[in-house]
Design a protein around this ligand. Structure first.
Ligand SMILES: [Zn+2]
Length: 79
């Protein structure tokens, strides 16, 4: 599949956006690293139920007498 100028433009825009996205908070670095924004941030807490159960399984494995080496967990939604 050949890439045209539109594809190249979209990829470059995506890479630019990723480079501009803070790896810590996910906001644009030009905003979150600006000290003038201090005092203007609210913390929003939420719970990912899928991550909650997955983390519990990982924690139990760490505490287990016989640990499952190489354990990887993922989640799937069951309606
Ligand atoms: Zn940040």
């Amino acid at each position: 599949v050949a890439w045209d100028d539109t594809d190249r433009g979209l990829v470059l825009a995506l890479l630019e956006e990723r480079a501009e996205t803070c790896s810590s908070c996910g906001h644009p670095t030009s905003v979150c690293r600006d000290h003038n924004t201090a005092g203007h941030w609210d913390v929003v807490e939420d719970t990912c139920e899928a991550s909650r159960v997955a983390e519990a399984v990982m924690e139990n494995n760490v505490k287990a007498e016989v640990k499952r080496r190489g354990l990887i967990v993922s989640t799937r939604f069951q309606p």
